[in-house]
Design a protein around this ligand. Structure first.
Ligand SMILES: [Zn+2]
Length: 253
């Protein structure tokens, strides 16, 4: 299922982003690139809510929200676009309502469905960046494979307990893909429902995913490629691990 919100009055749009536009060497050109950007977010849980919030607030032209899940009470402590009134509502609708309030100039597409063979390709091909905030291996691997085939930059994040991790894949020669390092994400950072999670951890990672997406859209800053960022909230430490192509990877080799 898909729907769109649109607004036609753009008179005051630029003033919203003036502090961003002031950034050295970013300017109106950078803002225009965000404005013409199309980003899909897979998963509107803790990571996805924060990533979507900043992507939309920063002025993205079009965002596509993909999730098939419904809001439940235990989501509310960390999935910041969902509220008490949204319980039992599809997450994409709940998120879209808040995002529209945050920035009515943004086109919001909704996919209230699982990513399957018959819809995933059409959605992914249209995007300039994909942000993966899903919580299962099958979805991530599916997205990674398609992003690799169509050379669409992918930002993958995960969080559980007091930890999170993040990496950006933009398909430069000899750079790894998600599949090359998926065992790390899968063994250490999946399934916050079983292992518990401290609420702000997801927002730390989600906010960094949105920043990476904006950097990729605008060619501003240095993206986190061939690197796995590990965030340890317990000690408030950030570690960077260099990652290489896996010579046995079934996707990129
Ligand atoms: Zn690979």
């Amino acid at each position: 299922m898909r729907s769109k919100y649109k607004i036609t009055n753009r008179k005051n749009e630029i003033s919203r982003y003036i502090e961003q536009i002031k950034l050295n060497k970013f300017g109106f050109e950078g803002q225009k690139k965000i404005r013409s950007g199309k980003i899909a977010i897979v998963g509107l849980g803790g990571l996805g809510c924060t990533a979507a919030l900043y992507i939309v607030a920063a002025g993205i032209g079009e965002i596509t929200l993909i999730d098939f899940d419904y809001v439940i009470l235990s989501n509310l402590s960390r999935q910041i676009l969902h509220h008490d009134i949204d319980i039992n509502t599809p997450k994409v609708y709940s998120a879209a309502q808040d995002l529209y309030k945050i920035n009515p100039y943004c086109i919001i597409n909704i996919v209230n469905d699982k990513l399957e063979k018959n819809n995933i390709l059409e959605i992914i091909k249209r995007q300039k960046v994909i942000i993966d905030c899903s919580d299962n291996i099958k979805t991530r691997e599916q997205i990674n494979s398609l992003c690799f085939n169509y050379k669409i930059p992918l930002i993958v994040g995960a969080a559980s307990r007091m930890e999170g991790c993040l990496s950006t894949f933009n398909w430069q020669v000899n750079s790894p893909c998600y599949q090359c390092i998926s065992s790390f994400f899968n063994s250490n950072n999946d399934n916050c429902l079983q292992q518990g999670i401290m609420s702000p951890i997801v927002s730390v990672i989600g906010a960094m995913q949105s920043l990476e997406a904006i950097k990729l859209l605008t060619n501003y800053g240095v993206p986190l490629t061939s690197t796995l960022l590990i965030y340890d909230g317990f000690y408030l430490e950030f570690n960077h691990i260099k990652i290489n192509k896996n010579s046995c990877c079934k996707i990129c080799n």
